[in-house]
Design a binder for this molecule. Structure first.
Ligand code: ADP
Ligand code: MG
Length: 239
């Protein structure tokens, strides 16, 4: 992305942002509340248009903006915090919700089960295909959402604060799954406040504050303390 800005009335949510993401990379996005992280995600996923002048280049093709359909066709899948699942439908139905829309009845159910099973197997997730999603824990619902992204042929999975409501054990499982996505050559853009988990999985970390990118850093050159200082805007000097 080059020169991506977004203004809402008097709020400059993003200012002239440049951002690069490589195939198969785990890239973490860090920033305080209101720093523009979700706005950036919405521009990548086509939910919001950037202000004029932006360029978004995907696999050598340049776009001034993306629609949700274009973004999805390019392989972008977002796991929102609310997960956007259908609680009264089964695991299989949720994972394969977008597939085989032309079919109905038993034929469609069989095809959806096959799609869901393949997506789960691809990334090593084990869930009961026939369980209603409303019966699952938050962590398992999140797995359903990730499998749905895989079934939709994601090349880039974006997770917006995915660990906010997970236990430590569940966070570890999600971080392991994120590494598995990378092994499958799927890129991950991982938004988090938790510097420990960011540094555990990221290859690069981008820090934004008040809509301005402070920088993109190799995770191996970063420390939790330095990230905290960058994000908060405090200086390194003693008072
Ligand atoms: P973050 O996800 O980092 O918390 P957001 O991207 O949600 O930040 O918001 C960045 C800024 O833009 C905030 O000041 C927020 O209030 C504002 N903002 C976001 N979306 C809208 C909107 N649809 N209308 C008006 N202001 C918005
Ligand atoms: Mg947000």
């Amino acid at each position: 992305m080059r020169g991506v800005s977004k203004r809402f009335g008097g709020v400059q949510a993003l200012s002239n942002l440049d951002f690069d993401l490589a195939r198969g990379e785990i890239h973490c996005l860090v920033g305080g509340n209101g720093s523009g992280k979700s706005t950036m995600i919405k521009i990548i996923s086509g939910v919001q248009d950037p202000d004029p002048g932006a360029r978004i280049t995907v696999e050598s093709r340049e776009h001034a903006r993306l629609t949700p359909v274009e973004s999805s066709a390019l392989g972008v899948q977002v796991i929102y915090q609310d997960l956007s699942l259908f609680p009264n439908l089964t695991v299989a139905e949720n994972i394969a919700i977008a597939q085989h829309r032309g079919l109905t009845g038993l034929v469609r159910r069989k095809k959806m089960r096959a799609v869901a099973e393949a997506a789960m197997r691809r990334i090593g997730v084990a869930l009961d295909l026939d369980e209603r999603v409303s019966h699952l824990s938050i962590a398992n619902r999140q797995l359903v959402a990730i499998c749905r992204a895989i079934a939709a042929d994601a090349k880039l999975v974006i997770m917006d604060e995915p660990t906010a409501s997970l236990t430590r054990h569940e966070v570890d499982a999600l971080l392991a799954l994120t590494l598995e996505l990378k092994r499958r050559d799927i890129s991950v853009l991982f938004v988090s406040h938790r510097f420990d988990e960011v540094l555990e999985i990221a290859e690069r970390v981008t820090v934004i504050r008040d809509g301005v990118k402070l920088g993109t850093y190799d995770a191996k050159d970063m420390t939790e303390q330095r990230l905290a200082v960058l994000m908060s805007g405090r200086s390194f000097t003693y008072e």
